[in-house]
Design a protein around this ligand. Sequence first.
Ligand code: AMP
Ligand code: GLY
Length: 419
Amino acid sequence: MKVLVVGSGGREHAICWKLLQSPKVDKIYCAPGNAGIGEIAELVPVGAMEFDKLAEFAKANDIGLTVVGMDDPLVGGIVDKFEEEGLRVFGPRANAAIIEGSKAFSKELMKKYNIPTAAYETFDNYEKALEYVKKGDFPVVLKADGLALGKGVLICNNLEEAEAGLNTIMVDKKFGDSGNKVVIEEFLTGQEMSVLSFCDGKTIVPMVSAQDHKRALDGDKGLNTGGMGTFSPSRYYTPELAEECMETIYKPTVEALNREGRTFKGIIFFGLMLTPKGMRVIEYNARFGDPETQVVLPRLKTDLLEIFEACVEGTLDKINVEWEDNGTACVVLASGGYPESYQKGYEITGLEDAKKAPNILVFHAGTALKDGKFVTNGGRVLGITGIGKDLDEAIKIAYEGVKLVDFKDKHYRKDIGVK
Ligand code: AMP
Ligand code: GLY
């Protein structure tokens, strides 16, 4: 089968890499992809939001399945478009991807169906929102309702910060229309973890757990980023906790979406926090995490294409999804200055050595080819995944990989997996 993967980051590189292990996959195309993905897939120069062109490409090239990695096209209805055209596609329709597209929607859903989450109120009026934070406790969490590249969440320690935050979101519209509504949330504390899951609309199969490091600098300091590194499994996600989450969070979420007429097929990403009062949902995403995928998929034993097809066909209950009993860690190599301003176009050295090293995987995020050489082309440049018999070994191997690869102003966290 020929498969089309839509997206261009380290996550899509990992998805393409895993799909290629399937004996049923003859060829992978990736739109638009990146230079690293181009080594294993044929790149298609079409943007992820160009639904008509993507559908046309899928038809013309006899694509058996399209896999959508990114949130924007899912929330924007790429799956609806492909289905209308009679094309097979893996991912939720827009009416289900809304669990990521609108935080106000997902909070209401959780409240209505008793799924544990932080207490909150939603406002579309600045004055009323301000009145509310004046009466509440600090810190308080402000969230722009819509997609904001993972940057629409502000944690405010006092009234001054909260007032400034509301201004940023609702008045200055820093996140555009995403800030038409704001969710104001109780501040929770505890260990954060990510559990991604396969879902066919009825059956939900959680993957192994992971933890992300979102801040730019060691010790969780600095600005929020798309993710500076991940590891799997989380040390806090015990089998007992997994069972509890299945009954109180995962199954109820699938059921709630069905009751609302929003059947979800694809990946549900549960952003969780283990608080002193128990597990709480921090957020839902409607896709694989980046860089969670780079540590989760290397641990998957089962054929990923078979799982995707079962999700599309509604036969996930027939598949035994199996995982390696090991550990993985991914260290993101970023451009100096990320997530603010940074330079592009620096030559990357040592990639061949890293690729040849045992138990090391190199996933490209922001790279390009210039005169036959790989150069930096984004904030997050590469993800180096180490695979070990356990987490500690994986972390060690990942950092050995980090030493092999270099480019000017290379920045990475030295404490991935320490928490
Ligand atoms: P999100 O975009 O929803 O993933 O939020 C970004 C980050 O903000 C999360 O990964 C958490 O670290 C933090 N966060 C979100 N909501 C809360 C909350 N209610 N309490 C404490 N931290 C939060
Ligand atoms: N790593 C967090 C995300 O993909 O949203």
